[in-house]
Design a protein around this ligand. Sequence first.
Ligand code: FEC
Length: 309
Amino acid sequence: TKNPVGVLVMSYGTPESMEGIEAYYTHIRRGHPPTAEQLEDLTERYRTIVGGVFPLRENTNRQAAALQRTLDEVAGVGEYVCYQGLKHAAPFIEDGIAAMAADGIREAIGIVLTPQYSAMSVGGYLKRAQDEADKHGISFKGVKEYHLHSELIDALSKRVSEGLNKFGDGRAETLVLFSAHSLPAKILEMNDPYADQLLATSAAIAQAAGVDKWQFTWQSAGQTGQPWLGPDILETLEKLGAEGVRSVLVAPVGFVSDHLEVLYDIDIEAKKFAEEHGIRLERIRMLNDDAQYLAAMADTVIGLAVGRK
Ligand code: FEC
């Protein structure tokens, strides 16, 4: 019998509990523990969005299980076996590859639960997976991006249309604000494709949904003392408010799950800020385990694995 291909499903990772926030935050900060104030600030944000299980934990589990089902349906049971590998929490990327090795997997494909490539985001996941795969003699290939996959664009454009309907008669006046996680501006010097790919995803969705009033903005920038890509969503909302825009639909196209950066940064922080500037802000539903999103990922994984037979 043929050995299955291991599929490393990679996601950002989230704490397992309120007590786990400090270790998680320290990992994100490359081993530097946060100050008491930084820790309290992050803990407070989690308290606002967590009702029991951390949402990203649940959503990553659902997505990995749904990708397994989709691959079984499309390629046949036993062809692909999914493992999780998280960037900042257990099971870490290295744990996922080690689990494959323990199961006798010789060949693996990695895919990250974010559609656009940056050397600083997806590149980091893939490098860690590749390094660990090398240690175990596993042949590894990573999906860099799938930001223009037709199923992804279709799924997101449907969500934009549905989101615009919330505005009723105000639909035609509503501006669609595509957003993604900011990164340190130094990526621009490295010719990084991140910003271009995000704009390409946004333009494709706008076209498919028949939207001509749209902009792209960054969100969730970190405080590292270095400049980050801008404008930030709050700055953009302030400007739109001053220009007389009264309704905005936010479409976070670099994220695929309900998690902190969506449930807090957009739904609480940006929404409140928008209201203070006379703007009604709504958000599209996140993809989570949407069937078309899973189809896009399964198709991309199989596309990369082709030629193995
Ligand atoms: O719900 C959750 O528990 C986790 C939500 C979460 C997601 C996420 C995605 C991305 N990040 C990206 C880049 C950075 C860079 C830094 C950074 C820092 C944080 C902190 C938290 C956090 N990120 Fe994140 N990110 C999420 C959560 N992120 C919490 C630390 C406190 C804070 O700044 O709020 C800065 C690191 C440093 O200090 O040097 C850079 C990128 C993504 C989207 C791609 C992906 O999902 O991998 C890029 C979800």
